[in-house]
Design a protein around this ligand. Structure first.
Ligand code: C5P
Length: 228
């Protein structure tokens, strides 16, 4: 069967990753979470003292960027790729609110994007990949055969993110904090100069505010089957 490239872009906490993961599993494709890569670089900045309060030391980050190793390895049990920062599994550390609060600042930097986009294009060179993010259909794989732009009501997204944090034993973060983080990230992601989040002209829009996981999967499979 012909292999294609699937680009899934959209707002924060729309369930893109879960959707992309489930789809990749179902059709036997590789799944790559591009947001995890920006989160890993952000974690590097935090761990190496590159943040002084809100201020990020750009000169230091630029010096370090080529030596920051970000890659994925398959978890033998779940069979899902997990992100590694300089050979350490950081899948859990990158999902904290501290990283979420700083990641849009890091991902807005041109030289960080250039490095990550290069890595992402290498990972997708053979097709047969589902990648989710903000600029996959517009910048990383502009020729992707299937492009989906996912959106959902911010209140629905905040509740979903909060539920996820609670399952990870975060009992402190409030609904309002999550909503504020989502609104801030939406704003920064859409208004940055470097590859702002926007719908590719040839992307199909999927508003999943009212869809069940099953309905969403059927929608995706219909589009996939039509193309392959
Ligand atoms: O998808 P996730 O919410 O984990 O992404 C974290 C952040 O990484 C986003 O808020 C966005 O700032 C950035 N990002 C990006 N481009 C991508 C994927 C994520 O700028 N392709």
């Amino acid at each position: 069967m012909k292999k294609i490239t699937i680009a899934i872009d959209g707002f924060s906490s729309c369930g893109k990753s879960t959707m992309a993961k489930d789809l990749a599993k179902k059709i036997g494709y590789i799944y790559i979470d591009s947001g995890a890569m920006y989160r890993a670089v952000t974690l590097y900045c935090i761990q190496n003292g590159l943040f002084d309060g809100e201020n990020l030391n750009l000169a230091e980050l630029e010096k370090a960027i080529h030596s920051i190793k970000v890659n994925f390895r398959l978890n033998e049990e779940t069979l899902l790729p997990e992100v590694y920062l300089n050979d350490k599994n950081v899948e859990k550390e990158i999902r904290t609110m501290e990283v979420a609060a700083k990641v849009s600042q890091v991902s807005a930097i041109g030289f960080v994007r250039k490095e990550m986009v290069y890595l992402q294009q290498q990972m997708g060179a053979e097709k047969g990949i589902v990648m989710d993010g903000r600029d996959i259909g517009t910048v990383v794989f502009p020729k992707a055969e299937l492009k989906i732009f996912v959106t959902a009501d911010p209140l629905v997204r905040a509740q979903r993110r909060l539920d996820e944090l609670r399952t990870k034993n975060d009992t402190k973060t409030t609904f309002d904090e999550v909503l504020e983080n989502i609104r801030q990230r939406d704003y920064i992601d859409q208004n940055r100069d470097e590859s702002p989040l926007k719908q590719a002209d040839d992307a199909l829009v999927l508003d999943n505010s009212e869809l069940t996981k099953e309905q969403q999967m059927q929608w995706l499979l219909d589009k996939f089957n039509f193309l392959t």
